[in-house]
Design a protein around this ligand. Structure first.
Ligand SMILES: Nc1ncnc2c1ncn2[C@@H]1O[C@H](COP(=O)(O)OP(=O)(O)OP(=O)(O)O)[C@@H](O)[C@H]1O
Length: 221
């Protein structure tokens, strides 16, 4: 089995005439946790956008080994908590990418939704409104929504932002479980604990990759 989920070679990307990422060459190991680390504005979110396929590189290549679309998990602080929607409905939105939002859910979809809620520990909250959740619960719902896309690559932009230590640790525990099931995780983080616990780190500074650890060597340790 291929040990590499993503290979980037000489990637340059940015917005309009502004180049943010310069000459990124790196590998993301399959079924491991990779942390994107760096100061504010170093290019972590931009790199996630490139990995998600939402932002096209202006030079270089990005090769993904899986055939499923990556799932980009939103940050709980980016979604209005007052949205009138239950936890189950929010997770069900993860099925839209495959089925279209207008089609009724099949029994198979409902099984996927139940399984994803279970995996992140929100099954007991299925009927609750999003606005009634804590930040940590809400973030886990968004991870379940990403999982419901049935992707083998989850991309998360600071999933621990604004959460207490216990909630952040719980999310890292979920990452470990997902990786054990073969999911590749890439997350941007400012949390030293989260960076330390990752299998692999890609340190960014001003849009350039600092010399990091060789992905595969560390992943195989
Ligand atoms: N949509 C955009 N249009 C123009 N410039 C952008 C856009 N998004 C980000 N930038 C710029 O790209 C650079 C990198 O931003 P990015 O959000 O990727 O960094 P980051 O490491 O994720 O930062 P943070 O930790 O603050 O989230 C910054 O200079 C930012 O101002």
């Amino acid at each position: 089995m291929d040990e590499t989920a993503i290979t980037m070679r000489g990637v340059r990307a940015g917005y309009g005439a502004t180049t943010v990422l310069h000459d990124i060459t790196a590998r993301v190991p399959r079924a491991r946790v990779t942390a994107l680390v760096g100061h504010n504005g170093s290019g972590k979110s931009t790199l996630l956008g490139v990995l998600a396929g939402a932002l096209a590189p202006t030079a270089g290549t990005v090769e993904r080994s899986g055939d499923r679309r990556p799932a980009l998990v939103l940050q709980h602080t980016d979604v209005p908590a007052a949205m009138p929607m239950t936890v189950r409905d929010a997770v069900a939105m993860g099925r839209w990418a495959d089925r279209g939002w207008w089609r009724p859910l099949t029994r198979g979809d409902r099984a996927v939704i139940a399984d994803c809620m279970d995996r992140v520990g929100v099954a007991g909250l299925a009927r609750r409104q999003l606005g009634e959740l804590s930040g940590g619960q809400y973030q886990r719902v968004l991870i379940a929504q990403g999982l419901a896309q049935r992707s083998d690559l989850l991309l998360l932009d600071e999933p621990g932002a604004g959460l207490d230590r216990e909630s952040r640790r719980r999310i890292l525990g979920i990452f470990d479980d997902l990786v054990a099931d073969g999911v590749t995780i890439v997350h941007a983080t400012h949390d030293a604990d989260a960076a330390e616990r990752a299998d692999h780190r890609l340190p960014l500074k001003e849009g350039r990759l600092l010399a990091g650890e060789p992905a595969l060597e560390r992943a195989q340790r």
